[in-house]
Design a protein. Structure first.
Length: 203
């Protein structure tokens, strides 16, 4: 029975391709990385860096082969994958991810790896479906909503400032005609006997 199991596995190229896609999906679903790419925190080539990032993570693992050697090559552990994810975020995007999202991404990658090794692509399909349902829009909307909320707050505070400014502006406008008419009054000064200047109104 053990001899028939390897024959049932999909070709190594298929398993490798599915695993590579899983890594790409996992990284595209990582909000910290998505935000970094959207804001070009890794520079103008942030999108290319994310693609390179996926390749670098895939390279941590030995490539699947149809005829595995007697001694299987060593696979990276969860902590190793997470460490690389977090280090690349710091080095390439200058982002220090201090939540547990790095662990979640590493876990998704490792689960997909184990599934692909057994010829089971359920985890890859789950990541693909999550990515297709979001298509990047969910992360965009999440951050747009936050920006909109900030803008609303700013507008509210601006409104209160504007009200104060408007009140100040009203005072200034009341004074403005007096300032404008003052030079006209000085153009035709009338001095009385005591040396006082008389103010006359023009119609």
């Amino acid at each position: 029975m053990a001899s028939s199991e390897p024959a049932q596995l999909p070709p190594a190229a298929t398993r490798q391709s599915e695993f590579e896609q899983a890594v790409a999906y996992a990284l595209h679903l990582w909000p910290a990385l998505t935000l970094s790419v959207q804001n070009n925190w890794g520079g103008p080539d942030s999108e290319d860096k994310r693609n390179w990032f996926a390749g670098a993570v895939v390279d941590l693992f030995p490539e699947f082969v149809d005829n595995p050697p007697a001694k299987a090559p060593e696979e990276p552990e969860l902590e190793d994958i997470e460490a690389v994810l977090l280090q690349v975020m710091v080095d390439e995007f200058e982002v220090n991810v201090d939540d547990d999202s790095g662990t979640e991404v590493a876990t998704n990658i490792l689960k997909a790896r184990l599934g692909c090794a057994a010829g089971l692509f359920d985890d890859v399909v789950a990541l693909r479906n999550r990515w297709l349902s979001r298509k990047g829009a969910k992360v965009d909307q999440m951050f747009k909503r936050a920006e909109d909320a900030d803008q609303d707050t700013d507008w509210e505070s601006d409104d209160s400032d504007d009200d104060e400014d408007a009140a100040d502006a009203d005072v200034d406008m009341d004074e403005a005609p007096a300032l404008v008419s003052a030079p006209k009054q000085k153009q035709e000064p009338q001095v009385d006997e005591d040396g006082f200047t008389m103010v006359t109104k023009k119609r």
